[in-house]
Design a protein around this ligand. Structure first.
Ligand SMILES: *Cc1c(COP(=O)(O)O)cnc(C)c1O
Length: 407
């Protein structure tokens, strides 16, 4: 068995902190949002981490996400419910992207998306803190990851999806043991139902950023990226942004790595990519707002980023601005074209949200925001196999003469 999943390693969580007011909350207790209704962030004794483990020692461990244990919240190794959270590869896409573009392919994680990173952590913490029933609103992938991990450790789950959630997602959630409901509304309408049940004490609310530990799981994308790139971060990161957990998590990871002295002060420019049919963060960025208003009539093929309102809006906007990046919107036609080109030219099947980052990269090149010499990382957040593909209609009758020139 993987050493990372059996070795007891020291833990360094000191407390939690409101991301808006800085108010302190005790560790090792069940928390949702802070008193002002904002996400809680986990804080660590980083001096302790620095004394306990060196960058080189960490680099020698098996490369799955549990090698970062000293920077993660789980206290007891037995709380971890693993389905094999591997380090995801960085793949060049020279033909559809360019010579300096790498895709971090998160589609290889359990349940086929990077939601596994967040949910494996959140479920471990729920288990550690004695939660027995969890509810969640989801556009698909988060629900699938929750169902898989919670079922595996005997936690009951109730999942609510917008009615037009991709069929494969609704079915995989059901297959993996959750009670799943389609709802005639968007993800925040589903969230309202979850909130109501939670207020009545029926279940624990696992909505994006409404519990503190998904960010810690998603943070491992930033830790991993730093290690994979020899502790030199890329010049720019393009991240498909819905609730923004990953972007906020990576930004937190970079901060912690710098405090540990494992990287320097330089940061990638963070580009938050949204679909033109649902771009609340882009609108708020352009208007110089600190918070993003709800986006009405949200519609895009990229279901994972169809999030009309995000509780962590100000954290996303802050990270993007501090990094010198930008929030960018791309249309569905550009998203589908990018998916098609990457598959046809580089043999890599992206999900639509991953396609959005490739489309946004090309737009940023045209607008002079990045240049071709810069090292860029795009996030492909789920396997392209979960999404509808164009028909392949060719048919051959083996009993008829075959025209081999036409094949
Ligand atoms: C959830 C999801 C996103 C958005 O991720 P956040 O970190 O919540 O912004 C993007 N793409 C896919 C495929 C997703 O499932």
């Amino acid at each position: 068995m993987n050493e990372n999943l059996v070795a007891d390693r020291p833990t360094f969580v000191t407390h939690l902190e409101c991301s808006m007011t800085g108010e302190r909350y005790e560790a090792d207790r069940l928390h949702g949002l802070s008193r002002v209704g904002r996400p809680l962030l986990v804080r660590y004794n980083l001096d302790g981490v620095r004394d306990a483990v060196s960058r080189d020692e960490l680099a020698r461990r098996a490369t799955d996400m549990w090698r970062w244990r000293e920077l993660l919240p789980v206290r007891r190794t037995e709380s971890i419910v693993s389905l094999g959270e591997i380090e995801t590869p960085l793949l060049p896409v020279p033909a559809s992207g360019g010579a300096n573009v790498l895709v971090k392919d998160e589609g290889r994680l359990p349940t086929g998306s990077f939601k596994a990173r967040g949910l494996v952590m959140a479920v471990a913490m729920a288990r550690e803190l004695g939660v027995t029933r969890i509810a969640m609103p989801t556009n698909g992938n988060a629900g699938a990851a929750l169902a898989a991990y919670a079922t595996r450790c005997g936690i009951e789950t109730i999942v609510f999806c917008p009615e037009d959630t991709p069929e494969v997602n609704v079915r995989e959630i059901a297959m993996q043991g959750a009670r799943v409901w389609r709802v005639n509304g968007l993800i925040d309408d589903c969230g309202a139902i979850v909130g109501k049940g939670a207020a009545e004490g029926r279940w624990f609310d696992f909505s994006t950023l409404k519990e503190p530990y998904r960010i810690e799981g998603k943070k491992t994308m930033g830790l991993e990226l730093a290690a994979q790139m020899g502790w030199r971060l890329p010049d720019a990161i393009f991240y498909p942004t819905g609730g923004g957990t990953g972007l906020i998590g990576m930004w937190k990871a970079f901060d912690e790595l710098e405090r540990l002295g494992w990287i320097g002060p330089e940061r990638p420019r963070m580009y938050a990519v949204q679909a033109s049919g649902c771009a609340p963060i882009v609108r708020a960025f352009e208007q110089g707002e600190e918070h993003a208003e709800r986006w009405e009539d949200a519609a895009t093929v990229a279901a994972g980023i169809r999030v009309p309102r995000a509780v962590g809006d100000f954290l996303i906007l802050r990270a993007v601005r501090e990094s010198g990046g930008k929030a960018l919107a791309v249309g569905d036609p550009a998203i589908l074209k990018a998916v098609d080109e990457c598959a046809k030219k580089d043999g890599l099947l992206l999900c639509p949200e991953g396609g959005a980052t490739l489309a946004a990269y090309h737009q940023a090149l045209r607008d002079g925001l990045v240049d071709e010499e810069e090292r860029v990382v795009l996030f492909n957040c789920a396997t392209g196999l979960k999404y509808p593909m164009p028909e392949a209609p060719n048919w051959l009758d083996r009993h008829q003469p075959i025209d081999f020139d036409k094949l």
